[in-house]
Design a protein around this ligand. Structure first.
Ligand SMILES: [Zn+2]
Length: 336
């Protein structure tokens, strides 16, 4: 289960070239959807394996078996709790957070002696999900690491981590898989048009796999269809529909950002990155590319608050109106 993805073996060998010098705190970085957590888990298993063979966990010792069963006593995985449903059945999309309580429990764990006389391994993923109190508490643990404790931090956005945490970890960026390896893997998972889904996700294979089977595909197609036809775009109606669909606002804004990116990119450099399947429409809109630069800034700001907007419908409305304004040249200088 915790085998590496095929594109990770080079990184694995690089990291373990000098296993004796592995740091007690490692920070694995890279975009979401490339398999960082799997890599971290494989490393944790290796560190807990009692009979490793050439930097591979044996898979059969007691350490490995406990790890694979998900109950190794010297292993902790810290990750934000799942979104909870409230009483009216609507999923509350709060920003996922690792709270300070979780770090306090972790302190108890790392300060105990190991059950199996080996290391105690903790994965924190994504590490940027620690709130301020949690990050400060965690920093103390990193400053005075109990002997035998190993921390593997995983971050999609490492710049959001406290600099003081970053400086106490060895940062190890995981490579983006090359397009061919990613496509081959997706085909093996039964994905029909791997290149397209890789484009939708900027080349991240796990995200592409999700993209290929997502429940919201029809909603995204519908929204992009509206964006492709701005003359007929009914902002109020579309915003209302999006709101009723109860999608994560961050997801919807991500689609809008990619749409804006492609229009601007086509206009400025003739390249489409995320939505090659919409190339003709994007091309037509790209005459307004420079006017949409402001819209991209608006989207970026909206994204920061996206997991918990007070009123998602109003957010969608204002973003869609801003899109139309950009296309019509309002607020920016008309180029002709
Ligand atoms: Zn083993």
């Amino acid at each position: 289960m915790s085998a590496l993805y095929p594109w990770q073996s080079h990184d694995w060998q690089t990291l373990l070239r000098d296993r004796a010098r592995l740091p007690h705190a490692l920070l694995l970085t890279g975009p979401a959807g490339i398999g960082k957590q799997r890599f971290a888990e494989r490393l944790a298993q290796l560190l807990l394996c009692e009979a490793p063979q050439q930097n591979e966990p044996c898979g059969e010792c007691e350490g490995c078996r406990w790890f694979l069963a998900g109950n190794h006593p010297d292993y902790r995985l810290l990750t934000p709790a799942e979104a909870e449903e409230d009483e009216d059945g609507k999923t509350r999309r709060k920003q996922p957070v690792i709270p300070v309580d979780a770090i306090r429990e972790l302190e108890d764990f790392v300060n105990l002696t190991s059950h199996r006389r080996g290391l105690r391994v903790t994965i924190v993923t994504p590490a940027e999900a620690m709130n301020v109190a949690a990050a400060n508490a965690f920093l103390k643990t990193l400053e005075e690491p109990p002997s035998g404790a190993v921390f593997i931090l995983v971050a999609h956005h490492w710049r959001r981590l406290l600099p003081t945490i970053r400086s106490r970890c060895r940062q190890f960026p995981l490579a983006m898989p090359d397009a061919r390896a990613a496509s081959a893997w997706l085909e093996g998972q039964g994905v029909v048009n791997p290149q397209l889904h890789l484009a939708h996700t900027g080349g991240a294979p796990l995200a592409a796999l999700e993209d290929a089977g997502a429940s919201w595909l029809a909603q995204r197609t519908e929204l992009l269809g509206h964006l492709a036809n701005p003359a007929a775009l009914d902002v109020i109606g579309v915003a209302q529909t999006l709101d009723k669909q109860k999608l994560d606002a961050a997801l919807v804004i991500d689609w809008l950002q990619k749409w804006g990116h492609d229009i601007v990119s086509l206009g400025l450099s003739g390249k489409v990155r995320y939505y090659p399947d919409w190339r003709d429409d994007l091309q037509r809109l790209s005459v307004r590319a420079t006017a949409l630069l402001d819209w991209q800034k608006t989207l970026l700001d909206a994204r920061k608050l996206a997991h918990h907007p007070l009123n998602a419908r109003l957010v969608y409305e204002s973003l869609l109106f801003a899109y139309l304004d950009g296309l019509r040249g309002k607020g920016g200088k008309r180029s002709g």
